[in-house]
Design a protein around this ligand. Structure first.
Ligand code: MN3
Length: 224
C-alpha cells in the first residue's frame, strides 16, 4: 500500500516535472539542407549548442517558480517582472523555435495571396519589404533579431529587438505577434559570412519558408 502511494505520488511529481520542461522541437530538415545559404556546421552548432543552451537555461531559471506552470507565451508577455535569465532564455527558446520553421530547403515557396497583398499594401512592394527588414537586421548594433509581426489591429510591421527580446515581450516598444524572425547574432552566420551580415541577410530569402510565414500570419489574425 505504502509503495503504491509513493509510486502514485512520484508519478504526479514526474508529470509536473515533465510539464515544466521546455524542449526543442526536432529540426524539420537536416543540418546540411540549407547549404548554399546557411552552412551545415553553422546549423549544427546553432541548433545543438546555442539553441539547446537557451532551453536548458530556461528550465533552470524557472525551476521552483510559478513560471514552471506557464506557457512560453505567458512567460514572454509578463517578462518585465521576471529575472534577466528568464528574459534571455525564454526569448532565446521562443525565437529559435520560430526561426527553424521559417527556413526551408524547399525552393521558391510563395506567400499566400492574403499575405502578399498585406505586404504590398503596408510596405509598397515585396522588394521594399525585404529591403526594410534587411535594413532592420543590418542596423541592429551587436546581437538581436529582425521581425515581421502583426500588431493588435492586424497590421503588419517590421521591427528589430536586441539580444533575445521579441515583439511578444511586454518590455519591447513595438509589440505584436511575430510571423517571421531573422537571427542576426554572429553565431547565425559568422562561419560562412564572417563580418558580412548583409550577405547573410540577402541569402536568407533563398531558403525562406513563405508557406509557414503565411500560416503564422493567418494564425496571428485569427487569435486577435
Ligand atoms: Mn541564434
Amino acid at each position: 500500500m505504502k509503495i503504491l502511494k509513493v509510486a502514485a505520488l512520484s508519478a504526479v511529481f514526474a508529470a509536473q516535472f515533465a510539464f515544466a520542461q521546455f524542449k526543442q522541437t526536432p529540426l524539420p530538415y537536416a543540418y546540411n539542407a540549407l547549404e548554399g545559404s546557411v552552412d551545415a556546421q553553422t546549423m549544427e552548432i546553432h541548433y545543438s549548442k546555442h539553441a539547446a543552451a537557451y532551453v536548458a537555461n530556461l528550465n533552470k531559471a524557472i525551476a521552483g517558480t510559478p513560471q514552471e506552470k506557464q506557457t512560453l507565451f505567458q512567460i514572454l508577455s509578463g517578462v518585465s517582472k521576471l529575472t534577466p535569465a528568464v528574459r534571455n532564455n525564454a526569448g532565446g527558446h521562443y525565437n529559435h523555435e520560430l526561426f527553424w520553421t521559417v527556413l526551408t530547403p524547399v525552393k521558391n515557396t510563395q506567400p499566400s495571396e492574403k499575405l502578399a497583398k498585406a505586404i504590398t499594401e503596408t510596405f509598397g512592394s515585396m522588394d521594399a519589404f525585404k529591403e526594410k527588414i534587411s535594413k532592420a537586421g543590418a542596423d541592429r548594433f551587436g546581437s538581436g533579431w529582425a521581425w515581421l509581426s502583426v500588431d493588435k489591429s492586424g497590421k503588419l510591421f517590421v521591427s528589430s529587438t536586441a539580444n533575445q527580446d521579441n515583439p511578444l515581450m511586454d518590455v519591447v516598444e513595438e509589440k505584436g505577434t511575430p510571423i517571421l524572425g531573422i537571427d542576426v547574432w554572429e553565431h547565425a552566420y559568422y562561419l560562412k559570412y564572417q563580418n558580412k551580415r548583409a550577405d547573410y541577410l540577402n541569402a536568407i530569402w533563398n531558403v525562406l519558408n513563405w508557406k509557414e510565414v503565411s500560416r503564422r500570419y493567418d494564425e496571428a489574425l485569427s487569435n486577435k
